[in-house]
Design a protein around this ligand. Sequence first.
Ligand code: FPP
Length: 297
Amino acid sequence: MSADLVHPSLLYRNLYVSVLNQKGIALQATIPAGLDRKEADLYRHLDPERLPKHIAIIMDGNGRWARRRHMPRIAGHRAGVAAVRSTVETAARIPIPALTLYAFSEENWKKRPKSEVDFLMRLLGRYLKMEVPRLNKNNIRLEYIGRQQELPESVQERMEWARRSTETNTGMVLTLALNYSARTELVDAFRSLVQAAAHNGGIDHLHVDEEAIGRHLYTKHLPDPDLVVRTSGEMRLSNFLLWQLAYAEIYVTPTLWPDFRGHHLLEGIAEYQKRERRYGGLNDNHAHHLVSETARG
Ligand code: FPP
């Protein structure tokens, strides 16, 4: 076992630790490079073999964060950018293959004051310009879900530029949900299914099953999330990935989004690893019991 502390700023590199997996077998885990001390301490207790393949996050609480400081709501959104950066980079480092952030819902677009929506659009544009070099440095590929065509043209152009600037990266896929609604996604998927059938011999060729629907969702490039995180203590899915979250574990933290950092994500993953995922079946003990009872007749 070797511990190799490489940087005075508390960054760890190639630090080997033992972690017990579910069966109690010791695994040799490497602390990924770039984690700070707090993150490394949390990572050490995780089973690297059971990290979620896809984490979805409902970023919430920017307004409350600002109100508590007697600041305008937009100050909360501005502070939220640091939380996005920390979360994205920690997720990419450990590594999580896919991270999806609910940045802007269709309802936000329709129900918030124009001044706030305009600010969010400018913030997104600035974020993309600023972050592309960091995304490239961290080998992160950027994608989007939502009705992009309804966003301002200048934002769409910036989004396309950022997507293309990161498209050859092979690490984590970061998907931003922008002007996103899960119900609208399903409407668009059904329309797309019907259109595909129309181009392929007509409605008699319409074949609908779960796989077919999945292929027409905005998230066709992603596995379903294993874990959904919501900040600010709210217990709702708010029209986010309703189809894809069917079997996801839900982790709600009282932390407001602007205060959320990589170590909070690792706390969520630790909680996820304590859960037993059954997908509607029985756990191993129950299943074993049932098999023995059946064998006994
Ligand atoms: C929810 O807080 C947050 C949003 C609607 C916007 C999310 C935007 C960011 C995190 C900032 C930047 C992100 C990117 C990707 C550039 P809220 O306003 O609903 O908070 P409240 O419930 O406390 O009012």
